[in-house]
Write a protein of this length. Structure first.
Length: 350
């Protein structure tokens, strides 16, 4: 498979580009730590760390976390033929489709983020994603007519949600939802919730670089440490590549979207996996957008939205959202770094 087409494949893709830079130790006291190591979930590598009062509880918390991740994957994967999302994409134009509470929650949140970002975040970009996937396979850029046709099927306004009956309806034939910009964040939040209910006093969930930490950090650390990869580095292996900086977080989530790993080259032009519904093409202008937020669902969705909005509008939006910060890196060749006014307090000073 061509390296440049990696983002079009469902398996073993690192979907966002924050590398867990968390350092772990064992306590001589009552708290212990369990580390799952890396496992493949949601088409990428996932890792869970649980801190609890005993090893049995810590391990049970890890298991509970992974059960949530796998459950959300089974509901919301766009690649599994038997997932609830696949069924929805197949049937929702013909009739209203009843969906589970988790999927309905994600769809409601998605619409809210679309409204908040003036459509920069939009889960209905599936037709555009498919168009550029096909273009990458053929190594021929889509024609203006093909782009306009795909755009006619895109728009969160065309998605109708019935909260009372938990049903979903498409108003345009050929619509397709793509939850790649929010499902991992939602799954992480659900995994954190399961760990807390299981008795964890602290922990971390990392799915493809989207990370959320809570509670007690590793020994000898006041907070959790999360490393952001330098977008000029292209190492693929987990934990490799130069770090741009390290963040210190506590009870917060970090997510990064970018164009420096998941992209395709078509006729010599680089196309990101992040679609801009307004242009009908991929997002441009930012190599990476990192969001620090109170939960992973919000961090995941806003990282995608800011990648589409660009530097000026993205910074302006994040400045209006409480407990939320952004660190943006411009596209090559400059790779300039800008950030919101409150981001500096999260940057680890060595």
């Amino acid at each position: 498979m061509d390296k440049q087409n990696r983002w079009f494949t469902p398996a073993l893709i690192i979907g966002a580009f924050v590398i867990a830079g968390v350092y772990f130790f064992l306590w001589p006291t009552r708290q212990v730590e369990a580390d799952s190591g890396h496992r493949v979930v949601m088409g990428t590598f996932a890792r869970i760390v649980a801190i609890a009062t005993n090893s049995g509880t810590a391990n049970k918390c890890i298991q509970a976390g992974f059960e949530q991740l796998e459950s959300i994957e089974n509901l919301m994967s766009g690649y599994k033929t038997d997932s609830e999302l696949t069924r929805l994409n197949t049937d929702a134009y013909e009739r209203p489709v009843k969906v589970s509470q988790p999927l309905f929650e994600v769809l409601q949140s998605s619409v809210a983020f679309s409204q908040q970002t003036d459509g920069a975040f939009d889960i209905t970009v599936g037709p555009l994603v498919d168009l550029y996937r096909s273009a990458a396979d053929k190594k021929v850029a889509p024609s203006p007519e093909q782009i306009e046709q795909a755009k006619s099927k895109v728009g969160f306004e065309k998605l109708k949600l019935d909260e009372q009956n938990k049903t979903v309806k498409f108003t345009v034939n050929g619509m397709k939802l793509d939850l790649g910009g929010i499902a991992k964040g939602y799954a992480i939040d659900k995994a954190i919730e399961a760990m807390q209910n299981c008795g964890a006093v602290g922990g971390m969930v990392d799915v493809g670089g989207d990370i959320r930490c809570f509670g007690a950090p590793p020994r000898d650390k006041n907070k959790w440490l999360v490393g952001l990869q330098d977008p000029t580095e292209t190492e693929v292996a987990i934990g490799t590549g130069k770090l741009l900086l390290t963040l210190t977080v506590s009870d917060a989530a970090v997510a990064t979207s970018g164009d420096y790993r998941r992209f395709a080259l078509i006729d010599g032009k680089k196309y990101s996996h992040i679609m801009n519904r307004s242009t009908g093409s991929s997002a441009e202008g930012l190599s990476s957008a990192t969001i620090i937020s109170k939960n992973a669902t919000e961090a995941d969705a806003l990282a995608t939205a800011v990648s589409v909005m660009g530097h000026e509008k993205g910074i302006a939006l994040i400045e209006t959202i409480p407990q939320t910060e952004a660190i943006l890196i411009s596209s090559a060749p400059n790779f300039d770094r800008t950030q919101t006014s409150g981001a500096e307090k999260y940057i680890h000073k060595k």
